[in-house]
Write a protein that binds this ligand. Sequence first.
Ligand code: 13P
Ligand code: ZN
Length: 267
Amino acid sequence: MENVIQSIAEVCGYIWQKGWGERNGGNLTVNLTEFFTSDVLAGEQHPLGVTLPHIAGQYFYVKGTQKRMRDLAHKPMENGCIIRITDDGTAYKAVGEYVPPTSELPSHLMVQDYLQHTGSAYKATLHTHPIELVALSHHRALLDDSVRPNRLTHTLWSMIPETLAFAPLGIGIVPYQVPGSVELAQETLSKIRDYDVVLWEKHGVFAVGQDIMDAFDQVDVLNKAARIYLDALTYTAAHPDSEPEGMTDKAMQDVQRIFNLPKQRPC
Ligand code: 13P
Ligand code: ZN
């Protein structure tokens, strides 16, 4: 378990260095159940407000609300805590020191519940504020699927072959909702069935992965493509007759074939 906590701290350090974690921005959970023998705990019970039957009795590391990624990078157990979901799936208790969990707990735990329900091996959920992806989420034309389905995904895939290779499910769009709300969690849940990374319009991204590094990597790859796209557009600003070309559909099909990419989340 020490290694898992260590890699959570490492990822939080990267997020801070990238400028994605201003103040307390961003949060995460990692399923730690494999390291515990199920035990009913003493101590205060905190209601979830929903019933999550598939993670009943399971254990999670959770970032604390108002805690900073840059602090978590050095002191993970002071800026987050381990919780156990009660056996009826309606509440949680802290294992050891209690740090009030992130305000985005509804999204994280509803998605963790879904992952367990589907028998997925994915253990990590990550919410962060990557600058370039959030910038693109302000452009309605890129989010509008009526022009071309999955327009933003195709734009990002077409920047460099690695984007398609390492983020083969692309990016889903979650319309703006109040941070921390159950509505945001429900919209996230409906999109995360098809994508490993979803864009919370005008706010950030929410990603799932086999572990926290995997979730971070997918966001990093997609954000790199967003940055290249925005950099290419600065040239267009000076030379209005020159649009970023993007890889051709044929070039992208070749990448898909050569890497034998999955069209759905592997278990
Ligand atoms: P927390 O400090 O509650 O984790 O909130 C940060 C955030 O990014 C909310 O969307
Ligand atoms: Zn946020």
